[in-house]
Design a protein around this ligand. Structure first.
Ligand code: LLP
Length: 425
């Protein structure tokens, strides 16, 4: 058995790639391609690293469901005791449908609408992570009109550099997120005065795919300075929500493990006397990213003077991260073959040069072979689109030797539903 580094529960047994005890080639044959396949054990192992880090503490892991919002994935995390970080009314309905405890749901995002606030208040969510002073005013108004008070924390923008891709860095002054560090105390004073709000915590999220612990430690220092100042002003903070953002190994990346990172953070928290608070985290990618693969079939090989292309049936509508962030995803065959290999750009059928999944990859492949795009459990299916009128892929969740279809492949009828032709003239 050859484990793929960084991908627990995905391994070659002989020539064939397995996820847990299921041969991926069998799933591609049974369900067709493109197909997303997830390992339940890998998701629970990733969660266990956080749970180990929080052993003996008061803490809630709120899965940032934007990474992978499929109902069965939400159900798995709800049953494992997780709360959820949501960012829209749609996400709220999904977590409720999956059986989440509303008291463990926190609502993040810079642009919550009044309708979304009302629905979340009716559902009884645990906390609104408020991102601006104007949002505080609106939320207070909406809650008062509903005859309730809204539990709030304010998202601090600590102005630290998470050293990640600019599109997924959120904790710097130039970002649209959070309330500037220097305005936070004043925002808390306002929140404490507003009739429709109850202050419950403080919140911070500095970015995504963070592979270095230092920005977290810096951000924690900045947040703790504020906690001290806010409490000195007579406003109690019951929880500290430290956001998500921990990276995964896409291409030899070495992010700290969640438990090791939290051991360092707790050393700081304990030293400063804050270790007894209720902690929340909002991990997305680190819980699901390396638990999933996307299976795809080679359609054509197209040798060229400058480049060889390996054209596959998955595309940027299924896997948008390479096109959006020039992100790297490993690509391996479902069945290793002996034989000559060449260097290919692995590309999809979409009519854009940006439709690539991997560049300069050494592969031994023939039309009809199947490949696995790795690290596809987070921000792939959740960002998939119907571009080029391509239906979205099916999803399977593997549990030991069992494979459960958790989402059917989208049909043309699904795509056309809700559209109308113009009336006949
Ligand atoms: N909390 C908040 C407030 C967030 O905005 C995010 C992610 C998370 C938690 C979860 O972060 P994670 O643990 O997954 O890094 N589409 C991009 C990633 C966008 C992340 C947006 N916010 C990508 O594919 O890399």
């Amino acid at each position: 058995m050859t484990e793929l580094p960084g991908h627990p529960h995905i391994a070659f047994r002989g020539a064939d790639l397995f996820i847990e005890d299921v041969r991926l080639g069998d799933l591609a044959t049974a369900h067709g391609t493109p197909l997303f396949v997830y390992s339940k054990a890998a998701m629970l192992a990733a969660l266990a690293a956080y749970q180990r880090g929080f052993a003996g503490r008061r803490a809630t892991v709120c899965y940032a469901m934007k990474a992978n919002p499929s109902l069965a994935v939400l159900q798995l995390f709800a049953q494992a005791g997780c709360g959820f970080d949501i960012v829209s009314g749609g996400e709220l309905e999904r977590v409720m449908a999956a059986g989440a405890d509303p008291a463990k749901v926190i609502f993040s995002g810079v642009g919550k609408t009044r309708a979304e606030m009302r629905r979340a208040l009716q559902a009884g969510i645990g906390c609104f992570n408020v991102e601006s002073e104007s949002e505080l005013e609106v939320l207070s108004e909406v809650a008062s009109a509903c005859g309730v008070t809204a539990p709030v924390s304010i998202r601090v923008n600590p102005n630290v550099d998470a050293k990640t891709h600019p599109y997924i860095s959120t904790g710097l002054k130039g970002n649209k997120f959070g309330v500037a560090h220097e305005h936070t105390l004043q925002a808390y004073r306002r929140a404490a005065q507003l009739p429709g709000l109850t202050v419950v915590g403080i919140d911070c999220h500095i970015g995504s795919q963070i592979t270095d612990g230092a920005p977290y430690l810096d951000a924690m220092d900045r947040v703790l300075e504020l906690v001290a100042a806010i409490e000195a002003a007579g406003i109690a903070l019951h929880h500290i929500d430290f956001g998500g953002g921990l990276g995964i190994d896409y291409n030899g990346d070495r992010p700290p493990a969640a438990d090791a990172l939290w051991a360092q953070l707790f050393a700081k928290l304990d030293a400063r006397g804050f270790g007894d608070r209720h902690f929340m985290v909002e991990p997305g990618r680190s819980l699901v990213g390396n638990a999933g693969v996307c299976l795809t079939e080679v359609l054509y090989l197209k040798p060229g003077e400058q480049k060889n292309f390996c054209i596959v049936d998955a595309a940027m509508n299924d896997l948008p991260r390479p096109a959006m962030y020039e992100a790297y995803h490993g690509i391996v065959p479902l069945s290793r073959r002996a034989g000559p290999s060449s260097t290919y750009d692995v590309v999809g059928p979409i009519c854009e040069s940006g439709d690539w999944l991997g560049r300069d990859r050494e592969l031994s492949a023939l039309p009809g072979d199947r490949l696995a795009v790795l690290s596809a459990g987070a921000y792939c299916m959740s960002m998939a689109s119907n571009y080029n009128s391509r239906g979205r892929a099916a999803e399977v969740l593997v549990d030991g030797a069992k494979a459960h279809l958790i989402r059917e492949r989208e049909t043309v009828a699904d795509q056309l539903r809700g559209e109308r032709l113009l009336p006949a003239t």
